[in-house]
Design a protein around this ligand. Structure first.
Ligand code: AMP
Ligand code: MG
Length: 422
């Protein structure tokens, strides 16, 4: 049986970075920029005020103090978005609002609090300056953020909210990014019922479709739900065909010992099986292969197929370990790993059959140290155990047992924001 690393290497070996496409900037959150962005403008375009106050010549404030106001004649008011027609001369001031361009002739801004404006009517033709300022005070220089012609965002950057803001500040409404993969999901099992149907005795709702679709969306892919296939070759074939124009196909279930025959036969007919079974717990019966896609322009490309284990926890853990990195690679990302931390385990664990265990755990930080405890029963059908967990405690294949108080590695599924516990 192959190791987790060998399985991931094989999968990534069959997965390519997708093409770039133009996209509206707000849709690009989490995507990888596929072009260098140079600025065709200067930001801010003009020197402007950092404060509400009075634009002045600094030399006019010499000797100003609380007890010795320097009186200046107010010749205009300039608000953000407009430009004063006046040129400021010695002995004059222009009332100015934050973001408004600094008028010609002015070199600094005195904020309202450092004037006697509060004691005057707002329309006063005169203002008393109560402090000395240096040239440049409270002035934001043209180009202090971005200079025209400069490289602002380099190809390969992962787009977060600040990058979207920066693109907007350049007036860009669309940008080239590596496109999101479309990932088709097919649940398999005669026992499954769609969530909008009544539940007959002996059946269960198909939850994998939704947990996996949510994972796909969380990591940036576009889920395409194909529905439920029965455990028969013909049902599987029919449903599978609807997903063959996707970038990746995920099936869940039908890969455990007695079950695998149907999925394998179909895969063998439609493509090739690369591996089946990984030395891990839960999620051992993971299958991976390449399926012939639909031909476009005479070329038939193959699409990667991940056959996730059917148990609800197993399919989610299989996804985190294998589908997630594959999706990230397709999206052009370089960092494919979840963060792994060291924590003190608070209870003993046993590893009886030489597989790598991924146990659902709650990680908390106390006094600069992480502590992990299990979420309770670890049955791979207990989906609520995933919901309680923020990390997966990793017990290596060759470690037969772990004592309470030992250091273990924990792959973090969620960081503090979502779970509020780290
Ligand atoms: P299998 O690998 O098909 O034998 O499935 C293993 C276990 O997971 C069985 O108990 C199935 O009923 C359950 N299971 C499989 N697919 C789903 C699904 N889509 N939603 C919920 N449970 C599932
Ligand atoms: Mg099944």
């Amino acid at each position: 049986m192959i190791s987790v690393e060998q399985a991931l290497d094989k999968i990534l070996g069959y997965v390519d970075v997708l093409e770039a496409e133009p996209s509206p900037i707000l849709d690009c959150l989490g995507q990888v920029l596929a072009e260098d962005i140079y600025s065709s403008i200067t930001v801010p375009p003009l020197d402007n005020s950092a404060m509400d106050g009075y634009a002045v010549q600094a030399k006019d404030t010499k000797g100003a103090g609380q007890q010795s106001p320097r009186l200046l004649r107010v010749i205009d008011t300039v608000t953000a978005g407009s430009v004063s027609e006046y040129e400021l001369e010695v002995g004059t001031a222009i009332r100015i609002m934050t973001g408004a361009p600094v008028p010609k002739g002015a070199d600094s801004v005195v904020k309202f609090e450092d004037t006697d404006e509060a004691q005057r009517k707002e329309t006063s033709a005169e203002i008393g300056i109560l402090v000395e300022v240096e040239p440049g005070s409270n002035v934001r220089r043209a180009g202090e953020d971005i200079t025209r012609g400069s490289l602002v965002l380099a190809k390969g950057v992962v787009i977060r909210p600040p990058e979207i803001g920066v693109l907007a500040s350049l007036g860009r409404s669309t940008v080239k990014v590596i496109r999101r993969p479309v990932v088709a999901i097919l649940a398999t099992g005669d026992e499954l019922v769609a969530i909008n149907q009544p539940l007959p005795l002996g059946k269960i709702y198909d939850s994998n479709t939704y947990s996996v679709a949510a994972q796909i969306r969380r990591y940036g892919g576009i889920p395409r739900i194909l529905g439920i296939a029965l455990d028969s070759e013909s049902s599987l074939m029919t449903k599978l065909r609807q997903g063959l124009d996707a970038d990746m196909l995920i099936t869940t279930g039908g890969v455990s010992m007695g079950d695998y025959d149907v999925v394998r036969d179909v895969l063998a007919k439609e493509g090739k099986v690369v591996f089946w079974k990984v030395r891990m717990k839960p999620g051992k019966p993971l299958a991976f292969g390449m399926i012939k896609g639909i031909s476009q322009g005479g070329v038939t490309k193959s699409i990667p197929h991940l056959g996730l284990a059917g148990n609800p926890v197993s399919s989610m853990i299989n996804f985190e370990l294998f589908a997630r990195p594959a999706i990230l690679k397709m999206m052009g990302k370089k960092n494919l790993a979840k963060p792994v931390i060291e924590a003190v385990i608070e209870e003993p664990m046993v590893n009886s059959d030489g597989r790598r265990i991924f146990a659902r755990a709650i990680v908390k930080k106390r006094a600069d140290q992480y502590f992990a405890r299990l979420t309770g029963p670890q049955g791979s059908g207990i989906l609520t155990s995933m919901s309680l967990a923020n990390g997966l405690v990793i017990v290596p294949e060759d470690k037969a047992e772990v004592q309470a108080g030992d250091m273990v590695q924990v792959m973090m599924l969620d960081w503090n924001e979502e779970m509020g516990v780290v």
